[in-house]
Design a protein around this ligand. Structure first.
Ligand code: PMP
Length: 420
């Protein structure tokens, strides 16, 4: 019986890191929502860049400089294509999702928000899509409205839409939760927000790697994501916004590349994207990101989604059958990406008997199984769930049913340790 559509065994061969053993066991990597592993094509692309192409971009007249510039701008074009953006002009390379959202809050946010304007966000956001808005509200006098989620950690979209009013200038919401895996119907939020004249920023850190993502189809105004969660290198991320939104956004950092003209006492700014990319960018990792996007598209984005959905459905069914496990987030696996957050209890009837997820994670690690434990940079959500932390298993294209078996066996063994 297999609902899994990808041949994970064959795909795993593309990821050299997965060949190792940990504490004498096969590595079972269930932490791709934190960062994904990298296929050999991406590792080779980084090496090839430094062996054959390396030079600074947008500067020299020499051949290598032209080659590096073409590769870097080619990466911008490739990212635009991957997300269905009509032009590469408003693809801004950043370090990661966090920097992308901060960039937008510091530039567009400070230029456009006035006292009394409202930013609407939710209680389940990653700190990266909450703290920058707290800072932006403090700096501009705008009001931050944080829409609560239910006790099960699920966001009611009606509630979110009700919070969007005539004073709302921006809705900052995650496309896909990094804790519960919940996928939000952004088209509905966009429709509602645009009717009231508000923009929608979608944190797509967890959706870009796992779901077919088309910004034109979703109608969102701004997205932010990180290459490292989608088979690409660390240190490179993307802010994309509709070009007209960034057209008058003031600079983020000042320095080389972002200027048009400089005098001792003043400067004028370059057009986007250069205006928002001061200094020498992370050229090598942007170029290697292309190999990651090629890999994901070569594998098939719909197939990746179907594969993860099947693994999550199986994991949830097996976890829900264990009375001593509590699973958080949407009950229907089709409403989730490849993420399952849960906790283990020594006594199924006693909420006080929580086995701390750090202990669960450590015991699983002894069996070669890597999961994430902690608050997942979502402290408000943890408070709503009334837990100090959760365990989280997250799947990607290289996982298969044997990884689910290993996780379930590991949890049985971990709980037994605490019953002794
Ligand atoms: N948003 C979400 C939903 C995430 O899962 C993450 C990473 N855990 C981030 C933002 C931040 O990503 P990064 O650390 O790459 O900036």
């Amino acid at each position: 019986m297999s609902l899994v559509r990808l041949d994970a065994t064959a795909l795993r061969a593309d990821f050299p890191i997965l060949e190792q053993t940990v504490h004498g066991h096969r590595l079972v990597y269930l932490d791709s929502a934190a960062t994904s592993q990298k296929p050999v094509s991406v590792i080779d692309a980084i090496s090839r860049f430094y062996r054959e192409i390396n030079a600074n971009v947008h500067r020299g007249v020499h051949t290598l400089g032209d080659r590096a510039t073409d590769a870097y701008e080619g990466a911008r074009e490739r990212v635009a294509r991957f997300i269905g953006a009509p032009t590469r002009r408003s693809v801004i390379f950043t370090r990661n999702t966090t920097e992308a959202i901060n960039l937008f809050a510091r530039t567009w946010g400070r230029a456009h928000l006035r006292p009394g304007d409202e930013i609407v966000t939710t209680e389940l956001e990653h700190h990266s899509n909450l703290v920058p808005w707290q800072m932006c509200a403090a700096a501009t006098g705008a009001v931050l409205r944080v829409v609560p989620v239910g006790e099960d950690g699920v966001l009611d979209l009606d509630r979110l839409c009700e919070a969007i009013g005539a004073r709302t200038k921006l809705v900052a919401v995650t496309h896909c939760s990094n804790v519960t895996g919940a996928i939000h119907d952004l088209e509905r939020v966009v429709h509602h927000a645009h009717d009231r004249g508000a923009l929608v920023l979608a944190d797509t850190a967890q959706s870009a790697p796992h779901l077919p993502l088309d910004v034109a189809k979703l109608g969102v105004d701004v997205v932010a994501f990180s290459a490292h969660k989608m088979c690409g290198p660390t240190g490179i991320g993307v802010l994309w916004a509709r070009p007209e939104i960034l057209a008058d956004a003031p600079p983020f950092l000042g320095g080389g590349s972002m200027i048009h003209e400089v005098w001792p006492d003043r400067s004028t700014w370059a057009e986007i994207p250069a205006r928002l990319e001061a200094g020498t960018p992370n050229i090598a990792d942007a170029v290697a990101f292309v190999a990651a996007l090629d890999y994901l598209e070569g594998t098939g984005r719909a197939a990746i989604r179907a594969h993860e959905r099947a693994l999550v459905a199986e994991t949830m069914a097996r976890l829900v059958a264990l009375p001593w496990v509590r699973v958080y987030g949407p009950a229907d696996p089709t409403d989730r990406s490849g993420v399952v957050a849960f906790n283990v209890f020594a006594d199924p009837r006693d909420a006080e008997s929580l086995i701390h997820p750090h202990d669960v994670g450590t015991l699983l690690d002894a069996r070669g199984i890597a999961i994430r434990v902690g608050n997942h940079c979502c402290q408000p959500l943890m408070r709503r769930l009334d837990v100090p932390a959760t365990a989280r298993a997250s799947f990607y294209l290289y996982n298969d049913e044997s990884d689910v078996d290993a996780l379930i066996d590991g949890l049985h063994a971990a709980r037994k340790t605490f019953l002794r």
